[in-house]
Write a protein that binds this ligand. Sequence first.
Ligand SMILES: CC(C)(COP(=O)(O)OP(=O)(O)OC[C@H]1O[C@@H](n2cnc3c(N)ncnc32)[C@H](O)[C@@H]1OP(=O)(O)O)[C@@H](O)C(=O)NCCC(=O)NCCS
Length: 161
Amino acid sequence: MCSTEPWITLQLTFDKAMQISTDLVLERYVAMQGDDRAGFILINTGAQFPGYIKILCVSPGFRGKGVGRKLMQFAEDRIFRDFPNMFLCVSSFNTGAQRFYKSLGFHVVGELTDYLVEGHSEILLRKTIGPRSTFKPAGTAGTAGTTGTAGTAGTAGTAKN
Ligand SMILES: CC(C)(COP(=O)(O)OP(=O)(O)OC[C@H]1O[C@@H](n2cnc3c(N)ncnc32)[C@H](O)[C@@H]1OP(=O)(O)O)[C@@H](O)C(=O)NCCC(=O)NCCS
């Protein structure tokens, strides 16, 4: 992950990535293709800013094969079960990913200039199914710190521990 864009430009070190990915407030899901890890997604379901997708990364050899779309569909099903909003940030220079998220129904709601590195913005995107005041959670299936598998071979595997 750290050796590919956008994280090279964002100066994300391996240590920092490990720190983020072991944050217990995040749910972590891995997309498996056979024995290979094709990608992963980290979702914040904690009290602060729930529904925020912290990181989505498809392994370089698996990009452009539908893994990202499946991980995002999995995340959408997971988040909208308990929260009415999905959020994520995409870098201003990551125009390919911006098109990807737009095609999934995300809208720009803000821009954080010079947020991670000087000269580049983080663009805040949102997808919503309604206001919080009228939203009724379907259940409490997920718990903070959950780790699971988001299967990529047509199944929507949701193994959790
Ligand atoms: C961006 C990323 C998550 C997309 O996942 P992916 O598995 O490569 O994308 P998919 O194969 O599921 O593509 C889904 C759709 O998005 C489009 N798309 C995906 N990546 C795209 C890109 N970089 N530029 C333009 N379109 C893109 C595909 O054409 C496809 O459209 P279609 O369904 O109409 O054919 C993945 O390429 C990735 O991890 N990139 C590097 C890291 C990154 O940018 N992460 C996001 C940080 S916010």
